[in-house]
Design a protein around this ligand. Structure first.
Ligand code: HH2
Length: 261
């Protein structure tokens, strides 16, 4: 099955790859519309950077960044909000988002589970070791794939316990979130094992530093690595690919799908 593309719409001054460029809400909405035209079926709007070492943002500030962009994009595509804060998730759902993308998998604000249940919203649960300030310090796993799988299984249970329909939950191994280069490569190589959890997999490799660690490329020059990793994730069963470069990834996915038949 051809995966859906989730286009990244960052409204932050400090995102690692496009920080500051779309701070202006109007520009962010225009960017989101362009990504939808290029083939993004989902637009992921985020107002807090999760870059390693990034500073925290208040709920008020994050809300101010995210809500006008969600409202401007609702109706253009399915909108997800990339947040770990209950207030921001709630305001974004009010403004027209239908998915909450929580990179803390309900650990920061467990009540996001009840909110999604009540609104029948989709929920993305992502694996992260530690938090963005500390996650890259010295990540250690017994077996990174087994550990991530056990974590996601436990978080899926927590979401279902909070009332979220299992069918509304998507799972994400969290490429780059508390992982060494080897951890990231191993997760991508063995992604298929996570399909045993029985939920669609979301994978975000776009422009991430593991690509630069493989070939020395800078963040602005990682489209090739993004496409290679996205297409291999697709071959391993990823159903959603979270990317900045939608047009190029859409072409890659379309050609890969044509070859697979
Ligand atoms: N990666 C980032 C942010 N949110 N959400 C999911 N589900 N999966 C990911 O892999 C993921 C995510 C980091 O990328 P980006 O949004 O470009 O950077 P920043 O967090 O600095 O805005």
């Amino acid at each position: 099955m051809k995966p859906k593309l989730m286009g990244v719409v960052n409204v932050t001054p400090d995102s690692f790859s496009d920080g500051g460029r779309f701070l202006d809400a109007e520009a962010a909405v225009a960017h989101g519309r362009e990504l939808a035209e290029q083939g993004a079926g989902i637009l992921d709007v985020g107002g807090e950077s999760t870059r390693p070492g990034a500073g925290a943002v208040s709920a008020e500030e994050e809300l101010g960044r995210v809500v006008p962009v969600v409202a401007g994009l609702a109706g253009t595509a399915t909108v997800s909000v990339d947040t770990s804060k209950l207030e921001v998730a709630e305001a974004a759902l009010d403004a027209g988002a239908s998915i909450v993308n929580d990179v803390t998998a309900l650990r920061n604000d467990p009540e996001i589970g009840a909110l999604c249940a009540e609104r029948d919203a989709g929920l993305i649960l992502m694996h992260m070791l530690g938090d963005p300030r500390t996650m890259q310090a010295n990540p250690v796993y017994d077996d990174v794939v087994a550990d991530v799988k056990a974590f996601l299984a436990e978080r899926l249970e927590a979401a279902v316990g909070a009332g979220v329909a299992k069918e509304r939950v998507w799972l994400d191994p969290g490429i780059g979130f508390g992982k060494t280069l080897e951890h990231n490569l191993e997760l991508l190589r063995r992604l298929g094992e996570l399909r045993e959890l029985g939920r669609p997999l979301v994978v975000g490799t776009s422009r991430k530093s593991f690509i630069g660690k493989v070939d020395g490329s800078d963040v602005g020059d990682r489209i090739g690595g993004t496409i290679a990793s996205s297409v291999l994730a697709m071959a391993e069963g990823a159903e959603v690919l979270r990317v900045h470069d939608v047009a190029q990834t859409a072409q890659a996915v379309t050609v890969a799908e044509a070859i697979r038949g």
